[in-house]
Design a protein around this ligand. Structure first.
Ligand code: HPA
Length: 232
């Protein structure tokens, strides 16, 4: 047990899919996993381990934001001997042509967060996903005929803010979308010599105001979930 995870050591698989939302973790387990069991309930950060095509996989929520992802991914990598974590989340688009429902892979993450500096004095503001794991995800998407755009995301600390202007983020930092967890995930993976990748569905466009509908939220997220499960 760790302060935040009450799973038994052997109940966590080597590969973990991490949505932000605990109820999405539950939905994935119920819909896609065979013989699954609940492995974490602390703070309702639900986690499940089961089988997808006979491959063992854990699905556990990260919660929202860098500190939350920082805690759960660290404890999974460090104390539960997890090798790979694939975040499966949503992001807001900074570009007109990156539309709600589009699926993207974040191969790098820019952040003003102090998380990496605080953890081990890493001063980089751009952190990278694992190349091999990201390639596997790209191949899985190709097999499913999903056009997967490779992008850099902004990993923000403040969902509500006045400074991270979309056009500025695109022009100055090359960020095409915004989310709130990848920076902590990539930092922990790099720090602990593990593998992390980040697959995202665009949920809203911050330029046009377009949003994914609640019906689409389920079916389109299913597409992303399947891409990640096929990697397992
Ligand atoms: N900001 C931050 N994170 C997000 C957003 C957003 O607009 N949309 C989905 N995740």
């Amino acid at each position: 047990m760790t302060p935040h995870i009450n799973a038994e050591l052997e109940d966590v698989a080597k590969i973990v899919l991490m949505p932000g939302d605990p109820l999405r973790a539950k939905y994935i387990a119920q819909k896609y996993l065979k013989n699954y069991k609940t492995i974490n309930t602390i703070r309702n950060i639900l986690g499940y381990t089961g089988y997808y095509n006979d491959k063992r996989v854990t699905v556990m929520a990260s919660g929202i934001g860098i500190p939350s992802m920082g805690i759960y991914s660290y404890e999974l990598f460090k104390f539960y001997n997890v090798d790979k974590i694939i975040r499966i989340g949503t992001a807001g688009s900074f570009k007109q042509d990156l539309k709600p429902n589009d699926v993207v892979i974040a191969t790098s993450s820019y952040s003003e967060s102090s998380y990496a500096r605080t953890q081990d004095n890493t001063k980089d503001k751009i952190l990278y996903a694992n190349k091999n794991l990201s390639e596997e995800i790209k191949k899985s998407a190709e097999k499913m005929d999903v056009n997967l755009r490779e992008i850099r995301v902004l990993s923000t600390e403040a969902f509500y803010n006045e400074t991270e202007i979309p056009t500025l983020m695109v022009e100055k930092y090359g960020c095409e979308a915004v989310e709130m967890e990848s920076f902590a995930l990539f930092q922990n993976a790099n720090y602990l010599n593990k593998k992390a990748a980040c697959l995202l569905t665009i949920s809203d466009n911050l330029i046009t105001g377009d949003e994914i509908s609640s019906k689409e939220r389920e079916t389109k997220l299913d597409q992303m979930i399947k891409i990640a499960l096929e990697v397992v």
